[in-house]
Design a protein around this ligand. Structure first.
Ligand code: BEZ
Length: 211
């Protein structure tokens, strides 16, 4: 069955380029991203893994650990990482799962055989400190993902978790946020010292609280 938002991310033990990982234990009490790509030594994947390596500081700032998955074996991963580092001018130092038996890919429903035969499509799962799935997305093999968007979602999720705000359409860092409906208007001033604007009783905006 597909994994849905709010489900506990299934735990697993995996062989990776950084040794054996027990997923939940490895996540600790921080956030995590698990993402799959179809195959080693392919062009779009090469650019994606390079980009993720270059975003290392951005993920660290947000307390997010990154874990990639591919159905190829470890020996392939190790050779391919050299190519990624060379061509994308980066240093891939996050772990890549080797899943040649497709155990984890199957567990996470990453194989969509009508789209791509026996390889994983491009999925992303964002997992919160409570080990619940906060976002899942699925892209076709031919479209590289936008990791700026993934960082944007993490920022939004963390604002909601820490400050009871949601983020409106096309929100970007620094824009006003939406006070979540669960907060009564009379309780807003105490909770949001930067002020708020009531556009409608159900639409209350406040400056981004953590800036
Ligand atoms: C790629 O990463 O370039 C790719 C992989 C599988 C199918 C199409 C593209």
């Amino acid at each position: 069955m597909a994994i849905r938002l709010g489900d506990t991310a299934p735990d697993f033990t995996a062989e990776t380029t950084a040794g054996t990982i027990h997923f939940h234990e490895w996540l600790g009490d921080g956030w995590g991203i698990l993402f799959s790509h179809p195959k080693d030594y392919t062009p779009v994947c090469t650019t994606e893994l390079g980009r993720v390596a270059k975003l290392k500081d951005e993920f660290a700032k947000r307390n997010v650990k990154v874990l990639a998955l591919s159905v190829d074996p470890l020996t392939d991963h190790k050779g391919w990482v050299n190519d990624i580092n060379e061509t994308q001018h980066c240093s891939v130092d996050y772990p890549i799962i080797a899943d040649p038996e497709r155990k984890i890919a199957t567990m996470y429903d990453m194989i969509h055989p009508n789209a791509l035969d026996n390889l994983t499509v491009r999925t992303v799962f964002i997992v919160g400190p409570d080990k619940k799935v906060k976002l899942s997305l699925t892209y076709p093999a031919s479209t590289g993902r936008n990791f700026d968007e993934i960082l944007r979602v993490i920022d939004s999720l963390q604002l909601t978790a820490n400050y009871s705000v949601a983020t409106p359409v096309d929100w970007k860092r620094g824009d006003d946020c939406v006070v979540v409906p669960a907060i009564k208007t009379e309780d807003i001033p105490a909770k949001f010292p930067k002020g708020f604007k009531e556009i409608k009783p159900y639409l209350r905006m406040t400056p981004q609280p953590d800036l």
